[in-house]
Design a protein around this ligand. Sequence first.
Ligand code: B12
Length: 219
Amino acid sequence: MSTERKTLINYIVEMAEDEANALARKMLDNGYDPLELLSHCREAMDIVGSRYEQGEYFLPELMMAGEMLNDISGIAKPLIQHAGGEEKKKSLGTIVLGTVYGDLHDIGKNIVTFMLEINGYEVIDLGIDVPIAEFISAIEEHEPQVVALSGFLTLAFDSMKETVEAITAAGLRNKVKIMIGGGQVDEAIMFHTGADAFGLNALTAVSLCKGWMGEEATT
Ligand code: B12
């Protein structure tokens, strides 16, 4: 198993798209945990990211890595759904979610959306580069219990802060819990933005929502 993990990471880092897809498929066919497989992909993304920082890789490699990750999560997602058992019919609550303005990264956000949905929550996914006004009107329209802000760029932290400030200015802050997530977020960034919580992965996003909205359907 550990050899497969290393080989998969290596294929992704070396941009061997076909080999990475084939190995991911084979591992999943053999019963490999899809969430664990996605965490290996994250490790690979960190290596690609640091090669980019060091000037060894450029934008095309970032794009290719993003495509590979999208393909692999496409293969892994249906298996996560299967492992999660029967889909719940009634929504446990509503979450308005999006990647904040200025930021186009959405692979992590899409995994969060998917995990929240299979755990029974209704997710209004506003997409990427979401203007503040769009968050405000979605909150007014859908009356969510939770707002989830995603962002991978350092500049996204200020977009998150401004989005939270605008939610407050619109008189909506005490009606929603706000969680943030994405590559570099931590507690200090949570305080900077004024959010209620942060999460490093999609599982944390789900457990935060369970803590705020419960696991049982409310009427
Ligand atoms: C793929 C990628 C891209 C792709 C994105 C494709 C896409 N559709 O998303 C493309 C090529 C478009 C891209 C573009 C750029 N990128 Co880029 N990219 C990456 C890379 C390699 C991987 C990101 C990723 O998808 N990771 C995989 C996911 C699954 O990661 P994850 O963190 O585990 O996801 C979990 C958490 O984030 C969490 N989560 C996410 N959202 C939320 C929300 C909530 C509420 C919660 C609780 C949790 C949560 O749950 C997720 C699932 O478990 C990272 C490097 C890295 N180490 O991450 C750089 C990186 C983020 N990019 C970077 C840069 C610089 C850029 C560009 C500026 C490059 C350029 N010169 O144009 C542009 C910016 C474009 C823009 N305006 O946004 C830098 C950012 C540096 C910084 N500090 O600002 C990074 C860190 C690379 C680096 N090390 O330099 N990029």
